[in-house]
Design a protein around this ligand. Structure first.
Ligand SMILES: Cc1cc2nc3c(=O)[nH]c(=O)nc-3n(C[C@H](O)[C@H](O)[C@H](O)COP(=O)(O)OP(=O)(O)OC[C@H]3O[C@@H](n4cnc5c(N)ncnc54)[C@H](O)[C@@H]3O)c2cc1C
Length: 466
């Protein structure tokens, strides 16, 4: 039996970052991680974080010659479905790092700040007091079970959300399990072009209509060709082979390595906190709606949580649902509203078919340098841009280049996006009115559905996915 201030489940990016942050504040922190150190986060190698985001969250940016760092790049325009047009592209520097090595570096930093990390220690269950509030957890290591009492349990266990999914129904943190409809199955092909004169960086970019991209891969490879999709890896691979490669010709290449991994594609949980508990990172569905990346976006909530919990503990206040609620409210205002209101709009945009999208790219409607080039600062649409977009789409319908049903889907996405924004603006200040808010939110998200609803029915049929 052990007593700590903060018990964290999972020692990947979110868990290590939070452990270091809270240990630095002087709290007694224990992290339990089911894997042994050499096996942590091995599903894929290279990941990216933007330099400004790393600076914002105090993530060290390794020097150019560090073995943790592979490359840095900027650019990555949006590419039209048949590859004729490239629009936008970010000027922000993104750093490519080796994920396992960088996490072990973060773990060392957490330990140097005073946090303890137990590897090979698998979370089993939560421990409750007589009032039904979380007061710790049980974990298993080498076949033996241990109980740890803590002021708060932070679930940073990623998609399995091992602690959150065991919460009782009376907790305000939802205990749903992520299903294949709520997950992005990402396949990464590390390739080398047969023709040595090909400049791979000129091919970098993102295909919105296939949810596919080409990005740097580091030494030994020319590029990572990536694809993500709902339901299964087979679905993603089928879109890559039967749609992208049919419509767009990469120069001939050899595939030298294939990696596969999962990332949540689901709105964030409505409430992260309750008595003695917080859900963080992928376990709280905090990935970016545009690309499914989550290492830095989850730290927006992490930073808010760190500040609120530090103040409460320093003031000698208990970590109750009521006291922790500020984390929910501040997160929804800072990032939650923007992220979750973008989801229905993206569903509308994904409904644009390949020919329609090519037409829009060609005519600078919606997919223009003006709109896509400004994405670094968020999607800010002036009245002029909205007006010219609407005019362009109407002209496209009249010329029979855009189907009225597509316009209907985009409009539906826009309207639902506005409704989510309005609802999240009215996020409750305290837990008392949460059940009423949740009822409205459930109704709205049922109407919106999921990105999985936009999957190609023919491919689903072919793969026998219901
Ligand atoms: C192919 C691919 C590429 C990606 N690229 C990027 C990128 O470039 N940039 C970016 O920001 N994001 C990227 N993402 C998303 C990113 O991987 C996740 O958002 C991020 O890893 C989430 O971190 P996390 O710490 O919340 O969860 P995870 O990384 O999933 O870590 C959870 C940890 O909890 C541990 N755990 C699980 N169960 C238990 C248990 N029972 N007991 C104890 N410990 C347990 C796990 O072993 C693991 O170490 C990518 C995702 C994929 C699939």
């Amino acid at each position: 039996m052990k007593n700590v201030d903060i018990l964290i489940v999972g020692a990947s990016t979110t868990g290590c970052w939070f452990a270091e942050r809270m240990a630095r504040e002087g709290f007694n922190v224990l992290v339990i991680e089911k894997e042994l150190p050499e096996n942590v986060s091995r599903s894929y190698d290279i990941f990216h974080m933007s330099k400004p985001e790393m600076e914002e969250f105090g993530l060290d940016i390794p020097e150019e010659d560090s073995p943790l760092r592979e490359f840095a790049f900027s650019g990555s325009p949006m590419i039209s479905p048949y590859g004729k047009y490239r629009k936008g592209g970010s000027s922000i520097i993104t750093v490519g790092l080796h994920k396992h090595d960088y996490i072990m570096y973060m773990a060392e930093k957490a330990k140097n700040s005073g946090a303890a990390i137990k590897y090979g220690a698998s979370f089993c269950d939560l421990v409750y007091n007589e009032k039904g509030a979380v007061i710790g957890a049980i974990y298993e290591k080498n076949g033996k079970k241990y109980t740890v009492y803590s002021k708060i349990v932070a679930d940073c266990s990623g998609i399995p959300s091992v602690a959150r999914t065991r919460l009782p129904d009376y907790y305000s943190v939802e205990n749903f399990k992520l299903t294949p409809r709520d997950i992005f199955y990402v396949v990464l092909y590390y390739v080398k072009y047969k023709d040595e004169t090909v400049d791979p960086r000129k091919l970098d970019g993102f295909f919105m209509q296939y949810k596919s991209w080409s990005a740097p891969a580091g030494e030994g490879y020319d590029a990572i060709l990536g694809i993500g999709g709902s339901y299964s890896y087979e679905y993603s691979e089928e879109v890559f082979n039967s749609q992208l490669l049919k419509n767009y010709k990469y120069p001939n290449y050899d595939i030298l390595k294939v990696e596969k991994g999962l990332t949540p594609y689901h709105r964030s949980v409505y409430s992260f906190v309750d008595d003695g508990f917080i859900a963080m990172g992928d376990a709280a569905c905090l990935t970016k709606p545009t690309c499914g990346e989550g290492c830095t976006s989850s730290l927006v909530q992490g930073e808010i949580a760190a500040k609120v919990i530090t103040k409460l503990l320093n003031d000698g206040k208990p970590l109750t649902k009521k006291n922790l609620w500020l984390i929910n409210k501040q997160y929804m205002v800072k990032q939650g509203k923007d992220f979750d209101s973008m989801r229905p709009l993206l569903m509308g945009i994904v409904a644009i078919d390949f020919d329609e999208a090519e037409y829009l790219f060609a005519n600078d409607i919606l997919f223009s340098d003006k709109i896509l080039g400004g994405l670094d600062n968020g999607l800010e649409l002036s009245n002029d841009i909205i007006l010219s977009t609407v005019k362009g789409i109407v002209a496209g319908v009249l010329k029979k280049k855009i189907r009225p049903s597509t316009v209907g889907k985009i409009l539906k996405g826009l309207m639902q996006s506005g409704e989510v924004g309005k609802l999240y603006d009215s996020y409750p200040e305290s837990p008392a009115s949460f059940p009423e808010w949740k009822e409205k939110a459930d109704k709205l998200w049922n109407e919106i559905g999921s990105l999985a609803d936009t999957c190609d029915p023919e491919i689903l049929n072919k793969l026998g996915i219901k």
